[in-house]
Design a protein around this ligand. Structure first.
Ligand SMILES: O=c1ccn([C@@H]2O[C@H](COP(=O)(O)OP(=O)(O)O[C@H]3OC[C@H](O)[C@H](O)[C@H]3O)[C@@H](O)[C@H]2O)c(=O)[nH]1
Ligand SMILES: [Mn+2]
Length: 349
C-alpha cells in the first residue's frame, strides 16, 4: 500500500449540493487538503463539515482570480472542477463527485479509494504489452511467461480511473431504457489501458499525477451557454490518453470502487449530451488519428498541438469546436500563469 502522501495530494470536489457525503469519507479524507469548487449561485452557502482542511472557490472567486481567462472554466456543469486542478500545487489530484460514498469490497471491508488510487499512481503501468494476470505489481501477482523482460520496468502512471457500484455512469438514452440497472459487479482488477486505445473517462472517482498530465486534464467549456454537457470528462479523457501515449505514460482503470448513490435526471441529461451523441462519432476518430510531433515533450506542448488540430479537424463539424479549441489555449495560458511550466523529462517531474 502506498504511504500516506497527504502533503502531496489535493482532493477536488465540484458541488452544487451539500458536502455531508464527506462524513462518510472522514477516516480517509481528513488528513488531506480539499479544494471545493462551488458551482451555480455563489450567494448560496455551502457548509463544509467540521474538521476538514479546505479552500472553497465560487464563481465570483474564479472570475476574480482568472479575470478574462475565467471564460475557459465552465459554469453550471461539473466541468468547473478543473479550476481546482489549476490552483492546486500538489503532485497528485483526486477528484470525486459529492454523491459518491464509501463502498465495501466483497469481504465487507470499507474501501479506501484514495489510498488505492495513490497505490495505482505510484506503481508503473504496462501500456505496451498486455499482462494476462492484470496488474503485475500487485501483491501476489507478477508478469506471466512470455512477457518481455525489457518491458517489465513499466512506465510512470499518470492517471488512475476508478469505478462505481450501484448507479452506473450511463448516457441518457441508456439510462432512459434501463432505469433500474445497478452495477453490482465488483471486478477485482486494475488494468493498464493499452497504448493507442481510448476509453470513456468518468470523473466521479478519478486520480492523476498533476505534474505529468495536469495541463492536459482540462474539462472544456460545457454547461451554461454551451451546446454540450456531460462530455467534460470524456474530452479530458481522450486528450489525456493521447498525450500519455505520446509521452510514454500509463493510464490505469479498475479498482478502487466507490458507491454512486444518485442517478441524475436522464431527461435533463439528454438535453445536455444530445449533440455529444452525434459528435462523439467524429470526436473519437479524430483522437484515434491524432499524431503529436516529437517536439512536444511535455503535457502543455502536447495540449497546444491538440488544440490546433482540434480546431482544424473538428471546427468544420460545428463552430463549438473552434470555441473549445480557443478555450484549450486559454486554459494553458492560465496553467502557465499558475504553474511555472514543469519541465518533465522521461516521466520524472
Ligand atoms: O451543474 C452542475 C451539476 C453537477 N455538479 C457537480 O458535479 C458532480 C456530478 O454531478 P451529478 O452526480 O449530479 O451527475 P452525474 O450524472 O452522476 O455525474 C456524471 O456526469 C457528469 C460528470 O461528468 C460526472 O463526473 C459524472 O459522474 C457532483 O459533484 C455535482 O455536485 C456541478 O458542479 N454543477
Ligand atoms: Mn452522480
Amino acid at each position: 500500500m502506498a504511504p500516506t502522501l497527504n502533503g502531496e495530494v489535493d482532493i477536488v470536489i465540484p458541488t452544487i449540493r451539500s458536502l455531508n457525503f464527506l462524513e462518510d469519507w472522514r477516516p480517509f479524507f481528513e488528513p488531506y487538503h480539499l479544494i471545493i469548487i462551488q458551482d451555480g449561485d455563489p450567494t448560496k452557502e455551502i457548509k463544509v463539515p467540521e474538521g476538514f482542511d479546505y479552500e472553497l472557490y465560487n464563481r465570483n472567486d474564479i472570475n476574480r482570480i482568472l479575470g478574462p481567462k475565467a471564460n475557459c472554466i465552465s459554469f453550471k456543469d461539473g466541468a468547473c472542477r478543473c479550476f481546482g486542478f489549476l490552483v492546486s500545487k500538489k503532485k497528485f489530484i483526486y477528484t470525486i463527485d459529492d454523491d459518491c460514498f464509501v463502498a465495501k469490497d466483497p469481504s465487507g471491508k470499507e474501501i479506501d479509494a484514495l489510498a488505492k488510487h495513490l497505490e495505482n499512481l505510484t506503481k508503473p503501468s504496462t501500456p505496451y504489452y498486455f499482462n494476462t494476470l492484470y496488474d503485475p505489481y500487485r501483491e501476489g501477482a507478477d508478469f506471466v511467461r512470455g512477457y518481455p523482460f525489457s518491458l517489465r520496468a513499466g512506465v510512470p502512471t499518470a492517471v488512475s480511473h476508478g469505478l462505481w457500484l450501484n448507479i452506473p455512469d450511463y448516457d441518457a438514452p441508456t439510462q432512459l431504457v434501463k432505469p433500474l440497472d445497478r452495477n453490482t459487479r465488483y471486478v477485482d482488477a486494475v488494468l493498464t489501458i493499452p497504448k493507442g486505445t481510448l476509453y470513456p473517462m468518468c470523473a466521479m472517482n478519478l486520480a492523476f499525477n498533476r505534474e505529468l498530465i495536469g495541463a492536459a486534464m482540462y474539462f472544456g467549456i460545457m454547461g451554461d451557454g454551451q451546446p454540450l454537457g456531460r462530455y467534460d470528462d470524456m474530452w479530458a479523457g481522450w486528450c489525456t490518453k493521447v498525450v500519455c501515449d505520446h509521452l510514454g505514460y500509463g493510464v490505469k482503470t479498475g479498482l478502487p470502487y466507490l458507491w454512486h448513490s444518485k442517478a441524475s435526471n436522464p431527461f435533463v441529461n439528454l438535453k445536455k449530451e444530445y449533440n455529444g451523441l452525434f459528435w462523439q462519432e467524429e470526436m473519437i476518430p479524430f483522437f484515434q488519428s491524432v499524431i503529436l510531433p516529437k517536439k512536444c515533450t511535455n503535457a502543455q506542448e502536447c495540449y497546444l498541438e491538440l488544440a490546433k488540430q482540434a480546431k482544424e479537424k473538428l471546427g468544420p463539424v460545428d463552430p463549438y469546436f473552434n470555441n473549445l479549441a480557443d478555450a484549450m489555449v486559454t486554459w494553458i495560458e492560465a496553467w502557465e500563469e499558475f504553474n511555472a511550466p514543469a519541465k518533465v523529462k522521461n516521466g520524472t517531474a
